[in-house]
Design a protein around this ligand. Structure first.
Ligand code: HSE
Length: 299
């Protein structure tokens, strides 16, 4: 019997001014164990996963089927056991990780031999923007953009920082959070906003995390319009700064927020922030550098 497993990391998109193009993979995972069998079966082992009634309604099955159809193949039946550490609708890329899992499920079951770029192209078509899916697929901090229907991406070398995430108990749907954004920017505003984004990336590459943190907090593309939707948006940033964070931003479309903090300080700052936000799940996370992983087992 053939069996394989997939793991896909969570992700944090935007990192302030990198709206829809910067994503960072984080060490919380969606995992699938797949065994060939006569009939389709999905089994879920985490309360963080959305409920479903029939395998055909399962989001991951639908993505796998869509991927197989695009390549004129049909999926062979399997048992898919799913576990997840990624909370839903919190800005940690749960849907992007499910999209990557669905594409890879079809890739493995139908032997499609898709390249990373093929997968990224498909995933972006489904998600609408490449930031979360690129990070979940290839790992690390990734900058990606779609121009003329082609995606290009670049992974930033390892960052010498710790990450702290602040996950509130409430959900915020990406659709609602995107509706808060303006349809247009003036040339002046777009020029300044992209300058801020450019400077953030340049300073991250240089290792000037103070400057990167300053630029993270000066986003003009989305944070000013979403601030009212995010619990404790202003005071959380201020408090984290007082405890030594370089910069604190909305993770993806929110409502989770995320700080870049000095290396070695993630644990302490998490504890300090917990006294300020006792109802939040606050934890230091690591950047995942692997992205999607597939392990084959013959049993
Ligand atoms: N870049 C996206 C946004 C991430 O901020 O809306 C969430 O899907």
């Amino acid at each position: 019997m053939n069996m394989f497993s997939l793991s896909v990391p969570a992700s944090s998109a935007n990192i302030g001014p990198g709206f829809d193009s910067v994503g960072m993979a984080l060490n919380r995972y969606l995992t699938l164990q797949v065994t060939r069998q006569e009939k389709w079966e999905f089994a879920q082992h985490s309360h963080l996963l959305p409920s479903f009634t029939d395998y055909e309604d399962h989001f991951i099955y639908q993505i796998a089927k869509q991927t197989a159809n695009w390549h004129q193949k049909s999926l062979p039946a399997c048992k898919v056991s799913i576990d997840s550490e990624i909370p839903l609708a919190r800005g940690l890329g749960s849907s992007a990780s499910a999209v990557i899992a669905g594409i890879e499920l079809a890739n493995q079951l139908c032997t499609l031999s898709l390249s990373s770029l093929d997968k990224l192209q498909l995933a972006t078509e489904i998600e609408g923007h490449p930031d979360n899916v690129a990070a979940s697929l290839v790992g690390g901090l990734v900058i990606s953009v779609e121009t003329d229907n082609v995606i290009d991406y670049c992974q930033v070398p390892d960052l010498d920082i710790d990450i702290v995430v602040y996950i509130p108990a409430v959900e915020l749907k990406t659709e609602k959070s995107r509706k808060a954004l303006p349809a247009y920017f003036s040339r002046k505003d777009a020029t300044i906003a992209s300058g801020i984004s450019n400077l953030m990336i340049a300073s991250l590459l240089k290792g000037d995390y103070e400057l990167a943190g300053k630029m993270m907090e000066h986003d003009l593309f989305h944070e000013p319009y979403r601030a009212d939707l995010i619990p404790h948006y202003h005071d959380l940033k201020q408090e984290a700064k007082q405890f030594g964070a370089y910069g604190t931003v909305i993770s993806g479309a929110g409502p989770t927020m995320i700080s870049f903090v000095p290396k070695g300080k993630g644990g302490t700052i998490s504890k300090q922030m917990k006294t300020f936000l006792p109802h939040y799940q606050i934890e230091p996370l690591d950047i995942d550098h692997n992205g999607l992983r597939v392990e084959q087992e013959i049993i």
